[in-house]
Design a binder for this molecule. Structure first.
Ligand code: ATP
Length: 237
């Protein structure tokens, strides 16, 4: 498989001392890479640096081209969609309005309609909630809405920040089931930040373990699942 995203020597922070210290990671075309690590390790910061939300040094290649230093909108246009922690949907707007906003930069109306239909097929609950305000949706539905909205950018890569956060077990299963289908059926690649390591390693084919802004272990997800230290610290066995 070809590499879709490759970051090297990524260093970034928020104005003070760097939070990331020379991170290297990769996502294969159509693959899922999980980013694991304790609270504060810098997982969210990696996603922010990759999508251009915060300044970073280092090299980022997407589909063979350098994207580091590009503005967020340009990175999004190339096919990287960020589903931030907290989901970033507009609470006062309806499901429909949130989804239409996701496609606001697109002019290909027929294709937008088809993508909208695709997103609603993936998340049938959003069709049921079409005219409901996003703020009144359940946590799981809000997460579905955030992912569906990102899909309207037709991404090749989704940056997902803790899609299971705060969700009931059933909702987690629904969201992760949809992510697995999205990958299998549409070939969308993902960089997945997730506190629930078992869940993340089930979906992922590769994983990186982050400690205080450094990748301390990376490899095939199956290998990390067997790793004694990972099992002790992250899988609770
Ligand atoms: P969590 O699971 O708790 O979100 P994380 O691995 O995603 O952890 P980050 O959110 O990337 O970690 O945070 C890494 C470090 O950067 C932390 O020390 C955090 O306090 C700091 N940090 C995060 N966001 C900001 C910000 N907006 N301004 C200043 N410091 C920040």
């Amino acid at each position: 498989m070809a590499t879709l995203l490759e970051a090297r020597a990524l260093t970034a922070g928020y104005g003070g001392p760097p939070v990331l210290h020379g991170v290297a990671l990769a996502v294969e075309e159509g693959g899922v890479t999980a980013l694991l690590g304790a609270n504060g390790a810098g997982k969210t910061t990696i996603l922010r640096a990759l999508c251009g939300m915060i300044a970073a040094s280092g090299e980022v290649r997407f589909a063979g081209e350098r994207i580091d230093g590009l503005p967020t909108e340009a990175i999004a246009r190339r096919g990287i969609a960020h589903v931030p922690d907290g989901r970033g949907t507009f609470a006062e707007l309806t499901v429909e309005e949130n989804l239409r906003l996701g496609a606001i930069t697109r002019r290909d109306r027929a294709a937008v309609a088809a993508d909208l239909e695709g997103a609603l097929t993936l998340f049938p609950r959003l069709r049921e909630r079409w005219r409901q305000q996003a703020g009144t949706l359940s946590g799981g539905e809000q997460q579905m809405l955030a992912i569906a909205r990102a899909l309207l950018l037709r991404p090749r890569l989704l940056l997902l920040d803790e899609p299971s956060f705060g969700l009931a077990p059933l909702a987690v299963r629904e969201v992760f089931g949809a992510l697995a289908r999205l990958r299998a059926e549409a070939g969308v690649a993902m960089l997945l930040v997730e506190q629930n390591a078992a869940l993340a390693l089930d979906l992922a084919d590769r994983a990186c373990l982050l400690e205080t802004g450094r990748v301390v272990l990376q490899g095939e997800a199956a290998a990390l699942r067997r790793d004694a230290a990972v099992r002790r610290a992250y899988l609770g066995r």
